[in-house]
Design a protein around this ligand. Structure first.
Ligand SMILES: *Cc1c(COP(=O)(O)O)cnc(C)c1O
Length: 376
């Protein structure tokens, strides 16, 4: 084993494996529970729309052929829809694939990337795997502190990741902070704006990254079909950047990284604006239900612009996670994001949110406190 270890990249050996939200099947198998609610991975709680299911069924007849490696049709439709040129797009097997590509194209050993404390864990993975050095800047009010991030830039800095809104905190950077930040970032530094939850943001002071690409050639925007489009399983996301940078990304990209079913499903999803509007409305109502419920039970939460909310569990989050799991509700402890006493819960269907709140009332720290009081 010693010899094997010497032949391994030590940065990879030191990485903690990414912990995905616990799958429903696994909980069913391990605990013998059937009626399970999963609110752990910020998925759209509605199934995919009919148009998407039909498109996948049609594409399923062509599975023996390689997909279109250039994604011609999907790029054309997507470019038209978001108002960019097709040569500005990079298609990915989920947006994580694009984030990984970006790190590979920009970084090399000795180069630095800056992230905010409590930010999406995939950035760390991507930076570490290509030998870059990660600089983590303390958060302000759980969110990205853009002036501190600016101050952290050195001549070794090549890349800054900002999730807007961020996962797992749900914090958001308004346009009034984003714009001066982008103006101040030196030209040699690339800025990635990860807009996985953009569609859920309804505040008017928000700026979407694609609208800023003309002004900031060092800006790269990533988006996904895993959240509001309800297609987490098919894996499709994309990057938008200058055409010159997209050309580099596409050189580093594996030839058939996006499969035919994902392309067909995403094409169909792009034609179903109602699905997105309805999903956003469902999330708005569910967010109100969840935050009012949390407050009523005595839990503080971080105000969220996404389809999830992180709340102060008033105990180690992993303990609450385990007890809720035994009641058939899967949530997400976020100690690995530097928040050991918080738990993230995704906004589900009204009935799922209700079930979550009922179980929290039963097994949460404040339930125990209430029970303990009369005895003392
Ligand atoms: C969910 C999520 C993504 C999307 O990942 P996919 O690979 O597209 O499924 C990207 N960024 C953040 C911050 C996320 O939470």
């Amino acid at each position: 084993m010693q010899q094997v270890k010497q032949s391994i990249n030590p940065r990879i050996a030191a990485l903690n494996p990414y912990k995905p939200g616990k799958p429903v099947e696994e909980v069913a198998r391990e605990l013998g529970i059937n009626d399970i609610v999963k609110l752990a991975s910020n998925e759209n709680p509605r199934g995919p729309g009919d148009k998407v299911q039909l498109a996948i069924a049609e594409a399923a007849t062509e599975l023996s052929r390689y997909p279109d490696g250039g994604g011609f049709a999907l790029k054309a439709r997507l470019a038209e829809k978001i108002g960019v040129e097709t040569n500005q797009l990079t298609l990915g097997n989920g947006s994580n694939d694009v984030l990984d590509l970006i790190a590979r194209v920009i970084l090399e050993p000795g180069a630095q990337a800056i992230i905010a404390e409590h930010s999406f864990v995939v950035y760390r993975l991507a930076v570490t795997c290509c030998g870059g050095d990660l600089i983590t800047v303390p958060a302000a009010n759980y969110g990205a502190d853009l002036s501190a991030m600016l101050a952290a830039i050195t001549d070794k800095t090549r890349l800054i990741f900002i999730a807007n809104p961020n996962n797992p905190t749900g914090t958001r950077t308004p346009g009034s902070e984003l714009l001066p930040f982008l103006q101040a970032v030196p030209e040699h530094v690339w800025v990635v704006l990860d807009e996985a939850y953009l569609e859920y943001v309804e505040e008017e002071d928000h700026l979407n990254g694609v609208s800023l690409l003309d002004r900031f050639p060092n800006l790269i925007v990533t988006r996904t079909f895993s959240k509001v489009y309800g297609l987490a399983a098919v894996r499709f996301g994309y990057g938008v950047s200058s055409a010159a940078f997209a050309d580099l990304l596409n050189r580093a990209r594996q030839p058939f990284n996006v499969n035919s079913l994902a392309m067909a499903a995403s094409m169909a999803a792009l034609e179903d604006d109602d699905y997105v509007t309805e999903s956003v409305a469902l999330n708005r109502a569910g967010m109100a239900q969840m935050t009012q419920g949390l407050t009523a039970l005595g839990y503080e939460f971080i105000p969220s612009a996404g389809n999830f909310v992180a709340f102060d569990s008033a105990e180690p989050g992993d303990g609450l996670f385990q007890r809720m799991l035994h009641e058939g509700v899967i949530v997400r402890p976020i100690a690995e994001y530097g928040l050991p006493n918080h738990v993230r819960v995704s906004i589900g269907l009204a009935s799922e949110n209700e079930r979550f709140l009922a179980v929290l009332a039963k097994v949460g720290a404040h339930a125990n406190a209430q029970k303990a009081e009369p005895a003392s």
